[in-house]
Ligand binder design. Structure first.
Ligand code: GAF
Length: 361
C-alpha cells in the first residue's frame, strides 16, 4: 500500500434504530450513520510524534506515547497505541480535528473521532487494515487505552455504514447486512430529540450494566446472554439480574423482528418494537432518565409510530419514527412538554442514513 502525505478524512456519529446494550452480550444491533461527522485533516510527519489540534476548543496536544495521554486527546493516542500494538508502523502526524457530532448526546462522538483518526493514519502510513477489522481495533483502543468498557456497535457503525441503509450487525460473528432504509420513499422520517440531559459512559453505570450481564451469563452457564432464552432466565434467583438479563434477551428478539419487517419494507410496523425497547430500557435495564421518558411519551402521544432512547443511556437522545409531514408537530410537542416540566429545551433534527468513514480529499 502506498503512503499519503496529507489529506482529509471523515467518520460519522450514529443512531441506533434498535438493539441497545446487546453488543457486549454478543448480540444484534441495527444502527445507521448520521450526517454529523468528525473530520480530520492530517499531514504525515517523518518522526514518531503526533500533534493534535481540536478546532472546537483550540487546544493542541503533542504526544509520542512515552507518557499516558488523558482528556479528549486520549482517544487519538488510543488509536496510535492500538495500531502499534497490532504490529503496524504508525506514521507520525499533525492532525486537526473538527466535528459536528454533539458530544455527550449518545450519538457516538468518541467512535467518530477514533474511526476518523484510524482512517487518516491507515492511509497516511499505507497500512493494510481491512475495513472489517477496524471496528474491533477502535473498540480495543477505547476499552484498553481510554478505559471505557464499550461494545463494538459504535465503531462498526462509524466504519461500515452505507448511505440509505441501516447496518444489521451480529456482534459475535461480526457478520453484517446493509438493510435499505428508504424513509423518504415511504413518506417517513426519524426525528431525533437530544434531551440535553448529560450522558457519560465513564461514570460506572454502563460498566455496572455490563458486569451484571456477564454475571447473569456466568450463572446460567452460557458464554454470553446472546445464548440464553427467556425460559432459561427463570433460573436466576436474583430479581435485579433477572431483569437486566431479560432486557438483553428480549432486545435481541426485537432486533430480529425489526430486521424481518425491514426486509419486507414494512417500516411503519417497527414502531411498536421501538417503543417496547424503550420500556425495557426504562423498567428492566433502568438506564433512562425523566427527560428521555418524557420525549418518548410525548412523541407517541403526538402521533409517532414508535420512539425510544438510543445509546448507552442516562440521558442523550430519543429517536421517533414519524410521518415526514408530522415531524415538526411532534418536535414542537416535545419542546412544549419539556418547557412544561422545567427541563432544558431539547435540540431536534431529522436523521438521514449516511455513509461510514471515508477519505474526503
Ligand atoms: C454505548 C456503547 F459504546 C456501545 O457499545 C453500546 O453498548 C451502547 O452504548 C448501548 O447499546 O454507545
Amino acid at each position: 500500500m502506498t503512503t499519503v502525505d496529507q489529506g482529509v478524512w471523515a467518520a460519522p456519529g450514529r443512531i441506533n434504530l434498535i438493539g441497545e446494550h446487546t453488543d457486549y452480550n454478543d448480540g444484534f444491533v441495527l444502527p445507521f450513520a448520521l450526517p454529523q461527522r468528525t473530520v480530520v485533516t492530517a499531514t504525515r510527519l517523518d518522526r514518531p510524534e503526533w500533534t493534535v489540534t481540536s478546532t472546537l476548543t483550540g487546544q493542541t496536544v503533542t504526544f509520542d506515547l512515552s507518557e499516558p495521554v488523558t482528556g479528549w486527546a486520549a482517544y487519538v493516542a488510543a488509536v496510535v497505541w492500538v495500531l502499534r500494538e497490532a504490529g503496524h508502523e504508525v506514521p507520525g502526524a499533525r492532525l486537526s480535528i473538527d466535528s459536528d457530532v454533539p458530544g455527550g448526546a449518545g450519538l457516538s462522538s468518541s467512535a467518530a473521532l477514533e474511526c476518523a483518526v484510524l482512517s487518516a493514519l491507515a492511509d497516511l502510513g499505507g497500512l493494510d487494515i481491512p475495513l472489517e477489522q477496524r471496528p474491533l481495533l477502535a473498540q480495543r483502543a477505547e476499552n484498553v487505552y481510554v478505559g471505557v468498557p464499550c461494545g463494538v456497535m459504535d465503531q462498526s457503525a462509524s466504519t461500515l455504514c452505507r448511505e440509505g441503509h441501516a447496518l444489521f450487525l451480529d456482534c459475535r460473528s461480526m457478520a453484517t447486512e446493509h438493510v435499505p432504509l428508504d424513509l423518504a420513499g415511504q413518506g417517513l422520517a426519524i426525528l431525533v430529540v437530544d434531551s440535553r440531559a448529560p450522558h457519560q459512559l465513564v461514570d460506572g453505570e454502563y460498566a455496572a450494566r455490563r458486569a451484571a450481564c456477564e454475571r447473569a451469563a456466568a450463572l446460567l452457564g452460557v458464554a454470553a446472554l446472546r445464548d440464553a432464552t427467556l425460559d432459561d432466565l427463570s433460573r436466576l434467583d436474583d430479581e435485579l439480574l433477572f431483569r437486566r438479563a431479560r432486557h438483553v434477551v428480549t432486545e435481541n428478539a426485537r432486533v430480529l423482528d425489526t430486521i424481518a419487517l425491514l426486509r419486507e419494507g414494512r417500516l411503519r410496523e417497527i414502531g411498536p418494537l421501538m417503543t417496547a425497547s424503550h420500556a425495557s430500557m426504562r423498567d428492566d435495564f433502568e438506564i433512562t432518565v425523566p427527560e428521555v421518558d418524557e420525549a418518548v411519551e410525548t412523541a407517541l402521544a403526538a402521533g409517532a409510530y414508535g420512539a425510544r432512547m438510543t445509546g448507552g443511556g442516562f440521558g442523550g437522545c430519543v429517536l421517533a419514527l414519524v410521518e415526514a409531514e408530522k415531524a415538526a408537530t411532534v418536535a414542537d410537542a416535545v419542546t412544549a412538554a419539556f418547557a412544561a416540566r422545567g427541563f432544558r429545551p431539547p435540540a431536534t433534527f431529522l436523521a438521514l442514513p449516511s455513509p461510514g468513514a471515508h477519505r474526503l480529499s
